[in-house]
Ligand binder design. Structure first.
Ligand SMILES: Nc1ncnc2c1ncn2[C@@H]1O[C@H](COP(=O)(O)OP(=O)(O)OP(=O)(O)O)[C@@H](O)[C@H]1O
Length: 696
C-alpha cells in the first residue's frame, strides 16, 4: 500500500498571458498544516480559507473580465466565499442578484444554509435558494400572493409598499443549473443577475453544457453580466478557449474592450487540510464486500471521525447497509457504535438531512452515498472517505435508441472530488481501497465524458427550442453532441407532435411540454425497492404503471397514513413526495391551459397515455419464444422483462418499457402491456417512417 497526497503536486497554478489568461498574482499561501483546527469564530474560519488571500484578485478579475475561470482545491472556499465577496463589493446593489449554480439539489440547499449562517441571516432572506418545486428566495411574488390572500384590506396598503415589490430582496441565490435554464424561459437575458457563477463546472451535466452555451450567447447582449466558472478539477484552458472563440468578431482586433472578452484564469493555491490517500494492493472483485470490510477496519483501527462511503446506487447502498447491520448484530467488537445512514436522491428530505446531524459522542457515523455527495458538500464530522471508484452512468446508443444506466469507473476528477469530502474541517484519509494505484494512474481517465455526449437528447432539444434556439445543430456547445443523437431526438419529438414540419415547437402541445419540469422520460427513481415489494399486493395485470396507480389510490384511501405505508412496505416519504409533485404538476397544467379529466377506472386510457409518451420503447415477444426474450420494435435488440416487474414471467405479447438496465442482459423496467394498434394511432409518423413489420 502506498500513501500519498503531496500537497502542491497537482496544484493548479496561475496561467500566464501566453496561455490565454491573465498574469495577476504570484503570492503563495501558507501551507495547509499551518491552518489550525478547533473552535474559531465564523469570521476567523472564513479568513483562514485559501481563497481569502485571493479576494482582491477575484474582485479585480471579475470587474475587468466578462468571464473568470477559477480553479482551486476542494474545500478552498470557492462556493461559500466568492458569492459573499461579490456581495460585499456591491454586485448585489440596486436589487441585482448574484447567482451560484450547482449540479445537485442537495448541494444547493446545504451551501445556501452555510452561507446564510456565515452572514448571520435566515435562508430565504438575503441568501436564498431555488430547486425544482422549491423556491426559498425573498421576492415580489411572495408579497403579491400575501396581498391576494388578504384581499381588499391589504390592497389599500399595496400602493404604499409597491416600491418594495419591484426589488429582489435576495442578494445571493443558489440554484441548480436546470432551474436557471428554466428561468430563461421567462427572462431570456437573465437580467436580474449581475454575476452568475457556474460552480462544479467539471461535472458537465447536460444542463451545465446548455447553460454554458446560452450564457456565452447572453454575454453578447449584456456587457454588464459577469460569469465565473469554478471547480477544483476543471480543464481551465479548454473552458477558456470555448468562451474566447466568438463568431463575428471581425473589426474588433486591437480594440481594448472593457470588460475583456478573453477569459481570465485564476488558480487558487492551497488546500484546507491534508488528505492522505491509501490504495489497495490487489484489485477486488466485490466492491460492496470490500467497502464493508474497509469501514469495519477503519472503525477498529482508526481514531474517531465519521466515514463517507461512495457506492453506485440504491441497490449497492442497501446491500452494504444490510451487511454492516448484520455485522453489528453478530460481531459486537467490530461494529458497535456505528450509526449507518444512506444518502441518495430518492430519499425524502428528512432522511437526507440526517447526514448533517451531529454525531453523538462515542459514536461513529457512516454515510453510504451515491455521487450525490461528491461535490460541494461539507459533512462536518467526515474524516474518512471510502471510494468504490464506480458510479452509475448513462450511456446512449443513438443507433439502437437504447439508453443504459451502467456501472462504470469514475474519472480522476471525480475521485479527487470524492477525496475532497475529507479534509474540510480537519485532516482526513481517503481509501481508494477498492482499486489499485496503478489502475488509478493508468486506467482511469482524467475527466469524464460530458453527459451531452452519452445521453438521449429529447429533453435537451425541447428546452433549447423553448428558448428560441432553432438551429440546434449549429448551437455553440462546449462539447458537441453526436449528430445521430440530435437527429434521433428531433425525430422522436416530431412523432410526438411536439415539433412541427419546420422543427419548431408546436402550439400548444410543444410549448406545454416545455413548461413541464419533468422530462417526458420520467425517471423511476425513489423508493424502488419498497415499491417492488408492495407491487405483489397491488399488482395489476396491465403492468407496473397501473400497479403504481393502485398504490397511489391505496395511499389516498388510507388518508395518507404512514402506518398504512409501513404495513405495505411502502416508503411514506416517497409517497408524500409523489403527492407534492402531483400537486405541482396539476398547478402547472392548469396554468398552461391543459384541461384535466379523470379516467375513472378506465385503465385503457392510462395505458394509451403511456403509449403516447413512450411509443419509441415498444417491444414484442415472438410467438415461438419461450425464453422471455423480447425484441425492440426499433432496432430489434434483445431485451427481457426485469424480475422486479409485475409482468415478469407473465410475458404479454406487446409491451412498452420505461427504462432499460444493463447487467448480464438488457432488462426492461416499469413495463406495461399494450395493444399494438395503439402505436399507429398515437405515433403514425414514427411508425410509418419505420415501416414496422410486426404490426399488421
Ligand atoms: N456546513 C459547514 N460546516 C462547517 N464548515 C463548513 C461548512 N461548509 C463549508 N465549511 C468550511 O468552508 C470550507 C470551504 O467550503 P466551500 O464549499 O466554499 O469550498 P469549495 O472550494 O467550494 O469546495 P468544493 O470544490 O469541494 O465545493 C470547507 O472546507 C469547510 O472548512
Amino acid at each position: 500500500m502506498s500513501q500519498f497526497w503531496k500537497p502542491g503536486a497537482e496544484k493548479p497554478r496561475l496561467l500566464d498571458d501566453e496561455e490565454g489568461g491573465v498574469v495577476f498574482l504570484s503570492s503563495s499561501l501558507s501551507s495547509a498544516s499551518s491552518i489550525g483546527y478547533g473552535y474559531a469564530s465564523i469570521e476567523k474560519q472564513r479568513q483562514r480559507l485559501p481563497v481569502y488571500k485571493y479576494r482582491t484578485a477575484i474582485l479585480y478579475l471579475v470587474e475587468t473580465h466578462a468571464t473568470t475561470i477559477i480553479v482551486g482545491e476542494t474545500g478552498s472556499g470557492k462556493t461559500t466565499q466568492i458569492p459573499q465577496y461579490l456581495k460585499e463589493a456591491g454586485w448585489a446593489d440596486g436589487g441585482r442578484v448574484i447567482a451560484c449554480t450547482q449540479p445537485r439539489r442537495l448541494a444547493v440547499q446545504a451551501v445556501a444554509s452555510r452561507v446564510a449562517e456565515e452572514m448571520g441571516v435566515k435562508v430565504g432572506e438575503e441568501v436564498g435558494y431555488t430547486i425544482r418545486f422549491e423556491d426559498f428566495t425573498n421576492k415580489v411574488r411572495h408579497l403579491s400572493s400575501y396581498l391576494s390572500i388578504f384581499g381588499v384590506i391589504i390592497f389599500v396598503m399595496h400602493a404604499g409598499i409597491s416600491s418594495l415589490a419591484v426589488q429582489d430582496l435576495t442578494a445571493i441565490k443558489f440554484l441548480t443549473d436546470g432551474v436557471l435554464l428554466r428561468e430563461m424561459m421567462d427572462d431570456p437575458l437573465l437580467t436580474k443577475y449581475s454575476v452568475i457563477m457556474v460552480d462544479e463546472a467539471h461535472e458537465r451535466s447536460i444542463s451545465t453544457d446548455i447553460l454554458l452555451g446560452l450564457l456565452k450567447k447572453i454575454q453578447r447582449c449584456r456587457s454588464d453580466l459577469r460569469l465565473i466558472i469554478s471547480s477544483a478539477t476543471i480543464e481551465a484552458k479548454s473552458m477558456s478557449a470555448f468562451f474566447h472563440a466568438r463568431k463575428g468578431r471581425r473589426g474588433l482586433e486591437g480594440v481594448e474592450l472593457v470588460p475583456r472578452l478573453e477569459p481570465a484564469i485564476l488558480s487558487v493555491e492551497g488546500r484546507g487540510f491534508n488528505v492522505q490517500i491509501h490504495y489497495v494492493e490487489e484489485p477486488v472483485s466485490d466492491y460492496v464486500q470490500a467497502a464493508v470490510s474497509t469501514v469495519l477496519l477503519i472503525h477498529d483501527k482508526e481514531p474517531p471521525g465519521d466515514i463517507l462511503v461512495f457506492l453506485t446506487g440504491q441497490d449497492d447502498i442497501d446491500a452494504t447497509i444490510q451487511l454492516l447491520t448484520e455485522e453489528a448484530r453478530t460481531s459486537k467488537k467490530n461494529s458497535s457504535g456505528l450509526i449507518i445512514l444512506p444518502l441518495y436522491s430518492g430519499l425524502s428530505r428528512a432522511e437526507q438531512e440526517q447526514v448533517f446531524s451531529p454525531t453523538p459522542r462515542g459514536k461513529r457515523k457512516v454515510v453510504i452515498s451515491t455521487n450525490i455527495a461528491e461535490t460541494s458538500l461539507t459533512l462536518e464530522g467526515i474524516v474518512y472517505v471510502v471510494d468504490s471508484g464506480f458510479s452509475k452512468q448513462r450511456f446512449y446508443n443513438p443507433i439502437s435508441d437504447i439508453e443504459n444506466l451502467v456501472v462504470a469507473p469514475i474519472s480522476k476528477a471525480s475521485a479527487r472530488q470524492r477525496a475532497g469530502r475529507a479534509g474540510r474541517v480537519r485532516p482526513g484519509k481517503c481509501y481508494r481501497w477498492l482499486y489499485t494505484e496503478e489502475y488509478f494512474v493508468k486506467e482511469i481517465p482524467a475527466e469524464g465524458i460530458p453527459e451531452m455526449q452519452r445521453s438521449n437528447l429529447v429533453s435537451c432539444v425541447i428546452q433549447l427550442k423553448a428558448l428560441g434556439i432553432d438551429n440546434i445543430l449549429g448551437f455553440d456547445w462546449p462539447a458537441s453532441p453526436p449528430p445521430e443523437a440530435m437527429i434521433r431526438a428531433l425525430e422522436v419529438l416530431y412523432s410526438l407532435g411536439v415539433l412541427d414540419d419546420d422543427a419548431k415547437l408546436t402550439s400548444p402541445t410543444g410549448f406545454q411540454v416545455a413548461e413541464i419540469p419533468l422530462s417526458i422520460w420520467v425517471s423511476g427513481r425513489g423508493a424502488q425497492k419498497e415499491l417492488d415489494e408492495a407491487k405483489l399486493r397491488f399488482a395489476a395485470a396491465e403492468g407496473d404503471h397501473v400497479t403504481f396507480l393502485n398504490i397511489y389510490k391505496g395511499f389516498l384511501q388510507s388518508c395518507k397514513s404512514s402506518h398504512w405505508c409501513h404495513k405495505n412496505f411502502i416508503n411514506y416519504h416517497a409517497m408524500k413526495k409523489v403527492i407534492e409533485i402531483r400537486e405541482q404538476l396539476r398547478r402547472i397544467a392548469q396554468r398552461i391551459g391543459i384541461v384535466m379529466k379523470s379516467c375513472e377506472s378506465d385503465m385503457q386510457v392510462v395505458r394509451k397515455a403511456v403509449t403516447a409518451g413512450f411509443f419509441a420503447n415498444a417491444c414484442y415477444s415472438e410467438a415461438y419464444s419461450q425464453s422471455g426474450m423480447y425484441k425492440t420494435v426499433r432496432g430489434s435488440q434483445e431485451v427481457y422483462i426485469h424480475p422486479s416487474s409485475v409482468l415478469f414471467r407473465v410475458n404479454p405479447k406487446w409491451v412498452i418499457y420505461h427504462s432499460l438496465v444493463s447487467t448480464d442482459r438488457q432488462y426492461m423496467r416499469n413495463v406495461i402491456s399494450i395493444d399494438p394498434s395503439w402505436l399507429l394511432e398515437v405515433a403514425p409518423h414514427f411508425y410509418q417512417q419505420h415501416r414496422l413489420n410486426p404490426i399488421h
